[in-house]
Design a protein around this ligand. Structure first.
Ligand SMILES: [Zn+2]
Length: 173
């Protein structure tokens, strides 16, 4: 069909305007410059374009769904990458070395009867370059490590004099 002045007018949103997606489906770039209506009148559009323009709500939902799908895909990809890292022989070798060096006990609460995590002092998510650096690793039990999460960067070795000769990482400043 051909775009008419009335058709544009009839299909505005309840607020009286037009959504970005709605305009995009008839080829109007955002933000619309004045006179876009006049220029659009008479232009030939497909049935699909007509339906899209007439259903801004449906367009919005479709875009939301697409966005959700994309963020889920990214999340799954990150999970897979994380699993790959923890399954790698480089990590397992290093992890074992660190557990042996620090005698398999939590460096924060000192328990040795809990599942142990070899923790990245500076978290992997922020410092990927330090993920296989021995001096960035400490031992925490599961409780301490989950409490620390990836926000805190406390180096539990710093306050201790127990590991002489160890090169410790220091936070800048
Ligand atoms: Zn602990």
């Amino acid at each position: 069909m051909k775009i008419t002045k009335e058709w544009i007018k009839d299909n505005c949103t309840v607020k009286g305007g037009y959504t970005k997606l709605q305009l995009a489906c008839i080829g109007i770039v955002w933000p619309p410059v004045s006179g876009w209506k006049t220029r659009a009148i008479g232009r030939e559009i497909t049935e699909e374009q007509r339906q899209n323009f007439e259903n801004p709500e449906k367009l919005r939902k479709r875009a939301d769904k697409k966005r959700q799908k994309e963020s889920k895909r990214k999340w799954l990809k990150a999970c897979a990458e994380q699993q790959e890292f923890y399954d790698s022989s480089e990590w397992r070798r290093l992890r074992y070395k660190v557990i042996r060096k620090y005698e398999g006990r939590c460096m924060a609460c000192k328990r040795d009867d809990q599942p142990l995590h070899v923790d990245h002092i500076k978290p992997r998510s922020k410092y990927p370059e330090l993920m296989l650096v021995e001096s960035n690793l400490q031992i925490l039990c599961e409780d301490c490590n989950l409490g620390k999460s990836n926000i805190d960067e406390t180096d539990w070795r710093k306050s201790k004099k127990e590991y002489p000769g160890e090169t410790l990482l220091h936070s800048p400043g």
